[in-house]
Design a protein around this ligand. Structure first.
Ligand code: C2E
Ligand code: CA
Ligand code: CA
Length: 438
């Protein structure tokens, strides 16, 4: 991202914001010093002096109320303003527990601030009772101020509790740097979506019995103008944490549906397209209806679209996951549980979800030839899947040995470098339908 877009320079004595202004951003101080103060008539109380790496104006995060204090550059100062809607989007996409705690802490923080200001106003009344009141209120003031500072310290302590104090300075610097980096990549990803820099590659899924391609998995890549082809592991988690996965996810489904129609034109047999859905996409209330409308608009046959979902989604919120998965299933698509065996899920609850397919993770497949334990796990997974009416895709087949072993165990499908790496759409359409010669 061009950080200059968010960077602002303030000369000494210039105000970043004043009490009563609309709070539309928080700012990270890049260099310089900022004095935060409140004013009562002619009296000014300096609450804090902040420096490089500190955050200012963070109170605006929890509500859209006017600023409760003024912030003035104590010397020439450079800040990066983080817009409020950007922060709200982050909070909306964060873990619900983190969100809850953040809200509570911020509300208490603001409440403490209000009480502090209330007493502050009492200290400098406009009537003659000033002298008499001062003695009592100044103690309350001191007390509240101490509580306020204590609260700030405790919040900081809680956030940093696992960190060696000597490393604290580095951590603080890193936090600020990371925040800038995340903003920068996020900005680049948004632009990438607009500028068509994301591409889908497709990897064939082979029927072990027929030796023919029966479908494929859509795998996203980012064609970065400078870095070249960026693999999904480098940007999917950031797309999830920033919420961009929602828009990117819809784009992926649109492209994958369009590709399924191309497959119908090219190949005699019907071929399914598997699409990865990330857990974060399920936070989007409109997910089911939006997916439904994309499929409808594309004209794709529902049974040829398969959504792949990982275990973590089921574990995070089983009731909600079951509800969503049943609704998806009712729309006519098929469902696969991806990377099975890598998380904490157990077979005992899989029957609660309407999966058609179980994908055995590459980890088991790649070790099964050498390791009898892995082979036993794969065998049990195949049998148990069949017992509850699911078919099986073995992932990461790289050798003919592995191919033969999976065929012998009775798995239906296989996917891996042995047949093809994920490739571009045009190249995929040139592949022979028969992937394995007899
Ligand atoms: P995944 O869903 O388990 O995808 C399979 C990954 O295994 C792919 O990596 C694929 O290239 C790789 N693979 C396939 N066969 C072999 C093999 O024989 N040997 C080895 N060593 N690797 C093999 P890729 O494309 O880098 O994707 C990594 C992960 O990124 C995917 O794991 C998936 O979790 C995520 N991802 C990819 N595309 C999407 C997407 O469109 N949406 C979402 N939400 N996640 C995606
Ligand atoms: Ca997958
Ligand atoms: Ca997988």
């Amino acid at each position: 991202m061009d950080l200059k877009e968010y960077q602002t320079k303030y000369l000494a004595s210039e105000f970043l914001f004043r009490e009563g202004d609309v709070g539309d951003c928080a700012s990270i101080i890049e260099s310089g010093k900022v004095e935060v103060s409140v004013q009562n008539g002619d009296h000014k109380l300096t609450i804090a002096t902040l420096g490089e790496g500190d955050l200012v104006g963070e109170m605006a995060i929890i509500d859209n109320l006017p600023r409760t204090a003024s912030a003035m550059a104590a010397e020439d100062t450079l800040v990066i303003a983080i817009p409020l809607d950007y922060i709200h989007q982050k909070i909306d996409h964060s873990d619900p527990t983190v969100k809850f705690f953040l809200q509570i802490i911020m509300e208490r923080y603001r409440d403490m601030h209000h009480r502090l200001m209330h007493v502050f106003e009492g200290i400098y009344p406009n009537d003659d009772a000033y002298a008499e009141m001062y003695a009592t209120t100044s103690n309350i003031m001191k007390n509240l101020m101490a509580q306020y500072i204590d609260m700030q310290d405790r919040i900081l302590e809680a956030v940093n509790s696992s960190i060696d104090p000597e490393e604290q300075k580095n951590v603080d610097d890193n936090v600020a740097r990371n925040a800038r980096q995340v903003m920068s990549v996020e900005h680049a990803m948004k632009a990438a979506l607009k500028n068509d820099q994301f591409k889908l590659h497709f990897q064939p899924i082979i029927g072990l019995d027929s030796g023919c391609m029966e479908g494929c998995e859509a795998l996203v890549r980012w064609e970065h103008p400078v870095k070249g082809l960026v693999p999904p592991l480098e940007f999917i988690s950031l797309a999830e944490s920033t919420g961009l996965i929602v828009d990117l996810g819809y784009w992926i489904v649109e492209q994958a549906c369009a590709f399924q129609l191309q497959l119908n034109e090219q190949f005699a047999r019907p071929m399914f397209v598997s699409i990865n859905l990330s857990g974060k996409q399920f936070d989007d209330e409109g997910l089911i209806s939006q997916l439904e409308s994309i499929l409808k608009q594309s004209g794709v046959r529902r049974e040829l679209i398969k959504y792949e979902i990982t275990e973590s989604l089921l574990m995070a919120n089983p009731e909600k996951a079951a509800d969503y998965l049943h609704r998806l299933k009712e729309s006519g698509v098929t469902l696969a549980i991806d990377d099975f065996g890598t998380g904490y899920s157990s077979f005992s609850y899989l029957h609660r979800f309407p999966f058609d397919t179980l994908k055995i993770d590459r980890m088991f497949v790649s070790t099964m030839i050498q390791n009898p334990k892995s082979q036993k796990i794969v065998r049990s997974l195949v049998h148990l899947s069949h017992d509850i009416g699911m078919n099986v895709v073995a992932e990461g087949i790289e050798t003919t040995h592995e191919h033969q072993a999976l065929l012998d165990l009775g798995a239906e499908y296989a996917q891996g470098y042995l047949y093809s790496r994920p490739i571009e759409a045009e190249a995929f359409l040139q592949l022979p339908e028969k992937a394995v010669q007899d």
